[in-house]
Design a protein around this ligand. Structure first.
Ligand code: NAD
Length: 353
């Protein structure tokens, strides 16, 4: 089962770590290090079975390879899962044992925060390994940088669809006013867009509407709100067979991870004449921030690099048009080309016979 799953996706290495004293059971998957060391967060989750944990870590680490390559970062894709209930299991001893496990990989895998692991946990992990980013002395909260990347990604889509780089009067619906959605709302409003916001937290919606002078829409009416851009910044899976027919927009571009319920929905959106900015391309600002922390650099540089997401997305949109395919397929092709190019110029590679 393990070899089949790994061979299917081309992972370089999958390592299992256990520490009976603390109850640590972790899997680290390194998908591809052609462009650089693999980087990806540690997910602490109570999986039903070991197979579920393996499937998740393989899928997530592969996605990180594409995300880093599509962001032009000198990094590969990796991810880790720690199995078990965080409330029962997460102790400093366990996290230190986990840090020792990460350390044994010698820098081929760099870890960070993910579901159920936070900045404080990474501080503990750092006691036993240097191969960790996202600690409190890093570059700070990545969310405004993620929002800046999304803002510039929207600009690229707007240029393509409306042939203008102006946000003046652009109608944008932002779904989810969390760390990213609120920053994005502020930046859009600041540039003259007509923003409508939505969140399940009614008090927060009212506060944001008041602060930035934007309109609101109820969570269950958000999909059929007429607009130019729908920016999903809440949860995954919101672009699906039920919601696509309701959409009354030209562009879907937001921060939410795994926003398509299924990959085929990229094609459905294209058939509907809606430009879709792939989630992992447009929301790469967070990864860019921790990569800057690892490689050395400033928060300002991270903002600049997040802005460059717009140019890359334009290139992918043009490529999709030339190839008569989805932007998602074009983004994957872009990432694969970067890895192939690096592979063929790798001096350490053994030439084929
Ligand atoms: P967050 O948890 O701070 O905010 C999410 C917001 O969405 C909350 O205000 C919540 O009330 C709201 N929400 C939840 N369900 C909703 C629904 N059905 N309708 C409307 N609102 C709903 O999260 P965040 O950090 O702002 O991230 C938002 C999305 O972007 C997530 O999918 C996240 O994975 C992704 N993302 C975030 C970053 C980052 O830097 N924070 C980076 C990359 C991707």
């Amino acid at each position: 089962m393990v070899f089949d799953s790994v061979d299917d996706r081309g992972h370089e290495q999958v390592s299992y770590f256990t520490d009976p004293e603390t109850g640590l059971q972790a899997i680290v998957a390194i998908h591809d290090t052609t462009l650089g060391p693999s980087l990806g967060g540690t997910r602490f989750y109570d999986y039903d079975t070991e197979d579920d944990a393996l499937e998740d870590v393989l899928r997530l680490s592969e996605a990180m390879t594409y995300k880093a390559a599509a962001a032009d970062l000198p990094l590969g894709g990796g991810k880790a899962v720690i199995m078990g209930k965080p409330d029962d299991l997460k102790t400093e001893d366990l996290l230190e044992a986990y840090g020792r496990a990460v350390d044994r990989l010698g820098g081929r895998y760099i870890t960070s925060v993910d579901v159920n692991t936070g900045v404080e946990d990474m501080e503990t992990v750092r006691r036993t390994t240097d191969h960790v980013v996202g600690t409190s002395d890093g570059l700070g909260n990545p969310s405004p940088i993620t929002a800046h990347g999304v803002f510039n990604g929207i600009r690229a889509c707007v240029e393509h669809v409306y042939d203008t780089d102006s946000f003046d009067g652009l109608e944008v619906v932002v779904q989810g006013l969390g760390k990213v959605g609120e920053s994005l709302t502020a930046e859009l409003a600041d540039h003259g867009a007509e923003v409508t916001v939505s969140d399940i937290d009614e008090d927060h919606v009212a506060a944001v509407a008041d602060e930035y002078g934007v309109d609101t829409v109820a969570p269950d009416e958000v999909y059929d709100a007429s607009c130019d851009v729908f920016a999903p910044c809440a949860v995954g899976g919101v672009i699906n067979d039920d919601t696509i027919p309701q959409l009354d927009c030209d562009i879907v571009a937001g921060a939410a991870n795994n926003v398509l319920a299924e990959r085929r929905h990229a094609e459905v959106l294209r058939e509907e004449g809606i430009v879709y900015a792939p989630d992992y391309v447009i929301n790469a600002g967070g990864l860019i921030t921790v990569a800057k922390e690892h490689l050395g650099g400033t928060r300002e540089e991270a903002f600049d690099e997040a802005a460059a997401i717009g140019d890359r997305l334009s290139e992918m949109i043009d490529r999709a048009e030339r190839r008569d395919t989805t932007v998602l397929a074009a983004a994957e092709e872009y990432a694969e080309e970067r890895i192939e190019d690096a592979d063929s110029t790798d001096e350490t590679a053994i030439p084929a016979e």
